[in-house]
Design a protein around this ligand. Structure first.
Ligand SMILES: NC(=O)C1=CN([C@@H]2O[C@H](COP(=O)(O)OP(=O)(O)OC[C@H]3O[C@@H](n4cnc5c(N)ncnc54)[C@H](OP(=O)(O)O)[C@@H]3O)[C@@H](O)[C@H]2O)C=CC1
Ligand SMILES: O=C(O)[C@H](O)COP(=O)(O)O
Length: 484
């Protein structure tokens, strides 16, 4: 850390194997969330440039699907190696661009390299199947179906700001190994990190046109990309509002959507409260709560609520607050608008009788970790995703009430249950409407080969290495009729 890694004030977009400036002549300023300065500009590309990218992707994909998976793997292994060798530079850019601590940014890069390698290995070990007609009444033994997975074509990968490298590569790697081409649209705040990741991919001498980096505001080029007839599959991670809009615009293409969340941490009266408090605070406040999987509300049994609140407060007091350059856990939010939104949720709750346990302090877009007690269902913070460091505590009288409140949410990403009674944990888990339920642990996406699922307003389809590969391929059946 320390040297200035942002060497170019204006970053180019990437298509057909070349780095280009947009003919629009327009760029977008990328302002660091904590440095109060513009750290670079990215191209605002035109619809015609999107067309060119998709056209070259279609061409390149045909040949890419023809070569062997071992050949495709060799490019991706090189990509993983390149990322590792550039980890310090990329981590520093992630830190500056999205305000994530250097340590977390670095582990995002190494996690990405691990992800790519595991994706290759998984794909190498995925095989088709065959079946004979004789199993069905009247069917014949001489009819054999060979069922293989084939690529879908051109995958549109749209990623959010909070994991600008990892969540993008988590789409690009499975798409490529399965034989697809990729149009990658990074979050604008995150596009420089995305550019660096694609520079590493470019170093592998990947065939021209196979991957394009298209930069520009989602509100400007998003619909054009999503509705484009040359796109055969969309993998999107981002907010629920954007995802729902996208689903309405996209027609007749498979979609995987990983969206927002309001993960509850349910604490039963028999829980190990000390451990629960640790897990909840780490789950809620890492990277200032800017994680889809952050614990975003605590539903605690009234009998142990006072004790838990004391323990939670103690854990919050240990959190470091400040600059990502100092390795702080609580860092300035991505922009002022996001901080304003968190502030509105806090003010609404306080106006309706919630009590501040700790926090509710703000310096520009840095919001100190805030615990709110006595939150009720009337308050917005009980239901809305803050994407910031505020954790509401709702006191409940029973497991049934906790389950009811958990399920009344529009979201269904994950939930955590804290109890020493495994039967009780399963009884609750079975009733929770969420993609995943964690028992005695914080909500989180990893390890990355686990299926990662959002239901209701939290998404559609499944990610996770094998599931991502499956989502970017389809089954194809070839039937052999042997002469008898
Ligand atoms: N379930 C999951 O796996 C995850 C979910 N998330 C969710 O993402 C949100 C935070 O990320 P954030 O980046 O702010 O999310 P946004 O929804 O604002 O943006 C996500 C991506 O969508 C793009 N986009 C914006 N408008 C359109 C459009 N009309 N058509 C197509 N694409 C568009 C954005 O581009 P641009 O930046 O240019 O606007 C960005 O690349 C939170 O709600 C969080 O919960 C985050 C991570 C993981
Ligand atoms: O954006 C997010 O929040 C991630 O998908 C969650 O990943 P994590 O649980 O590994 O932080």
């Amino acid at each position: 850390m320390g040297t200035n890694v942002l060497t170019s004030s204006s970053y180019k977009f990437y298509t057909n194997g070349e780095w280009k400036e947009s003919l629009s002549g327009e760029t977008i300023d990328i302002k660091s969330p904590y440095l109060s300065e513009v750290i670079g500009k990215v191209q605002a590309i035109t619809n015609e440039e999107v067309d060119e990218a998709i056209c070259s992707a279609q061409e390149a994909q045909k040949l890419w699907a023809e070569i062997s998976i071992q050949q495709r793997a060799s490019y991706l292994y090189k990509w993983a190696d390149e990322l590792v060798s550039r980890q310090n530079e990329i981590a520093e850019i992630i830190m500056k661009e999205v305000g994530k601590s250097y340590k977390d940014a670095k582990s995002e890069v190494t996690r990405t390299a691990d992800f790519i390698r595991y994706t290759i290995e998984e794909a190498l070990h995925m095989h088709g199947e065959s079946m004979r007609g004789e199993s069905f009444p009247g069917g014949s033994k001489s009819k054999i179906a060979i069922i293989e997975r084939v690529p879908l074509g051109v995958v549109l990968a749209i990623s959010p700001f909070n994991y600008p490298v990892n969540l993008a590569a988590a789409k690009i790697a499975p798409a490529l190994i399965a034989g697809n081409a990729v149009i990658f649209k990074p979050a604008t705040q995150g596009a420089i990190s995305g550019t660096k990741m694609i520079e590493a991919l470019h170093e592998t001498a990947l065939p021209k046109g196979l991957v394009s980096l298209v930069t520009g505001k989602g509100s400007v080029i998003g619909d054009y990309l999503v509705e484009h007839k040359g796109i055969n599959m969309i993998s999107f991670t981002g907010g629920t509002h954007t995802g729902v809009r996208l689903a309405q615009k996209a027609s007749m293409v498979p979609l995987v959507l990983e969206l927002g969340g309001k993960d509850p941490g349910i604490v039963c009266e028999d829980a190990d409260l000390k451990e629960a408090a640790k897990q909840i605070i780490s789950g809620a406040f890492s990277y200032s709560g800017q994680r889809c999987t952050a614990i975003k509300r605590v539903l605690v049994n009234e009998k142990v609520a006072d004790e838990l609140v004391g323990l939670l407060k103690g854990e919050v007091e240990k959190l470091s607050v400040g600059s990502p350059e100092d390795g702080s856990t609580i860092v300035p939010l991505i922009d002022n608008k996001s901080a304003d939104f968190v502030q509105i949720l806090i003010a609404d709750a306080l106006g309706q009788g919630a009590e501040v346990v700790i926090g509710n302090k703000r310096e520009h877009n840095l919001i100190h970790p805030t615990l709110l007690d006595y939150v009720t269902g009337e308050m917005r913070v009980a239901w809305e995703e803050p994407f910031g460091p505020v954790l509401p505590i709702i006191r409940v009288l029973s497991d049934e009430e906790a389950i009811k409140l958990a399920n009344e949410s529009e979201y269904g990403l994950q939930a955590s249950i804290f109890t020493k009674d495994v039967n009780r944990a399963f009884t609750i888990a079975n009733k929770i409407e969420a993609g995943s339920v964690q028992i005695n642990g914080r909500t989180e996406r990893g390890p990355d080969h686990f299926p990662f699922i959002g239901i209701k307003g939290s998404g559609m389809g499944v990610q996770g290495i094998r599931k991502s590969i499956e989502s970017m391929t389809r089954e194809k059946v070839t039937v052999l009729n042997i002469a008898e």
